[in-house]
Design a protein around this ligand. Structure first.
Ligand code: FAD
Length: 388
């Protein structure tokens, strides 16, 4: 007799752990399956921190971000652990840069989010660590900050179990068998039955969707986060220095001191090379390091030194950089989420949305931009727009 669950979550990284939590919190009988140890460093979700922000390029993302903050607050209340740390956020770049600051400002205005517009003089006055020309400008949004990523995932996992979920680590799903309302998930040692399957497999998504006859034009890249240790970290202290994004191509982003003593995390967005998640290495990419060092030399000179610590991590990129959050066409009970390299801040709310799709057949959030039916996902060689 195969064990039967209301829902099986395939993959317990950031998003899958969120789904397991919200499903269990809603009272579903849940099984979560993870091929590696919980909290492993071979996917997309490890390390201390991720940026969370309301500042986004469309009102739809801004609205989703509002619900992301609300969802993390509910997890914090339930778990008694602090997950979100607000330190303020600065999106800045040269006028006419590759990523439109005006678009961000318009989206926030449309969603009623307060922000400040800063010229170069004001940016230098508030954050003297930045060396910028007079043509640089920025948007400051006070609610931006950090999601304590590893703690958030651990918290989702712990509380999912408190609410009754069964989470199995070091169990690889080999195959998924769909038969109408009934789904069988096969691992090496066992098979499990369920009526709802939630696929949160990150870089392994296409392998896992093969059973549903779906193949998406995803690019998996090997990215890296770098920690730099300034001689004097006081200008980068949490509460003094913001999270920031350089809105040009290449795009860089960084944090105040958080997680590593006296060290500041900075990296390039989507600067990595294509990688196979099963055979990728964990070594530093000297080209990314060189690009980041050039940026630091020009704009954050106090950080311009060899990185003290380099951590590699994967992105699963859709060609338009938009998420996938949807029910697989032709099924009513296979739901999938893909984070497109910017979803940790949304990990809890995406887990909540997947739970709504599985248990209610609909969701409170507008996920129309994240549909599997968008034409670009049917193209064999779609144009890629990673700067958003
Ligand atoms: C360097 C870096 C910086 C980032 N910065 C930010 C940021 O500042 N803000 C932000 O919001 N986002 C950021 N992101 C993006 C964000 O971290 C990801 O979008 C998010 O973590 C994706 O989570 P996931 O659950 O989809 O993927 P993963 O964490 O990779 O989870 C997928 C899981 O599925 C498991 N799995 C796959 N196949 C199987 C199988 N067959 N059987 C069992 N288990 C399986 C995997 O082992 C894995 O644990 C960053 C990402 C990186 C790499």
């Amino acid at each position: 007799m195969r064990e039967r669950y209301d829902a099986i979550v395939l993959g317990l990284g950031g998003i899958g752990s969120g789904a397991a939590y919200w499903l269990a919190r809603r009272g579903a009988r849940v099984l979560g399956l993870e091929q590696f140890e919980l909290g492993h460093a071979r996917g997309e979700s490890h390390d201390h921190s991720r940026i969370i922000r309301l500042s986004y390029h469309t009102p739809n993302y801004v609205e989703l971000a509002k619900r992301a903050y609300e969802s993390w607050a509910m997890v914090e209340l339930d778990s008694g652990e602090r997950i979100v740390y607000k330190t303020g956020g600065l999106d800045l770049g040269p006028r006419g840069g590759a990523i439109s600051l005006d678009g961000y400002a318009d989206a926030m205005r449309a969603s009623g989010v307060e922000f400040e517009t800063l010229d170069a003089t004001e940016i230098r006055r508030r954050f003297p660590a930045f060396a910028i020309d007079d043509d640089v400008w920025g948007l400051f949004q006070a609610d931006s900050g950090i999601v304590a990523a590893e703690r958030a995932t651990a918290s989702h996992q712990r509380m999912a179990q408190v609410h009754g979920a069964r989470l199995l680590s070091n169990v690889r799903v080999e195959r998924v068998e769909l038969s109408g309302a009934d789904i069988t998930v096969h691992t090496q040692d066992a098979s499990y039955r369920t009526s709802q399957l939630i696929v949160c497999a990150g870089p392994w998504t296409n392998t896992m969707l093969a059973g549903a006859n779906l193949h998406l034009p995803l690019e998996v890249t090997k990215e890296q986060a770098m920690y730099f240790r300034p001689a004097d970290a006081s200008a980068f202290a949490f509460g003094e220095f913001p999270v920031w994004i350089w809105m040009d191509d290449p795009s860089f982003y960084g944090f105040p001191v958080f997680g590593e003593a006296g060290a500041v995390k900075v990296t390039q967005d989507a600067g990595g090379k294509a990688a196979d998640p099963d055979t990728r290495g964990f070594e530093e990419d000297p080209e990314i390091t060189a690009r980041v060092r050039r940026f630091l030399h020009a704009h954050l000179p106090a950080l311009d030194s060899p990185p003290q610590l380099v951590k590699t991590c994967l992105y699963t990129l859709t060609p338009d950089r938009d998420f996938v959050i949807d029910t697989v066409p032709g099924t009513k009970n296979v739901h999938v989420a893909i984070g497109a390299g910017h979803a940790f801040k949304f990990a809890s709310v995406i887990g909540r949305i997947l739970t709504e799709l599985a248990l209610d057949g609909t969701t409170q959030s507008d996920i129309s931009d994240f549909t599997l039916a968008r034409p670009i996902l049917s193209m064999a060689e779609p144009p890629k727009t990673y700067m958003v």
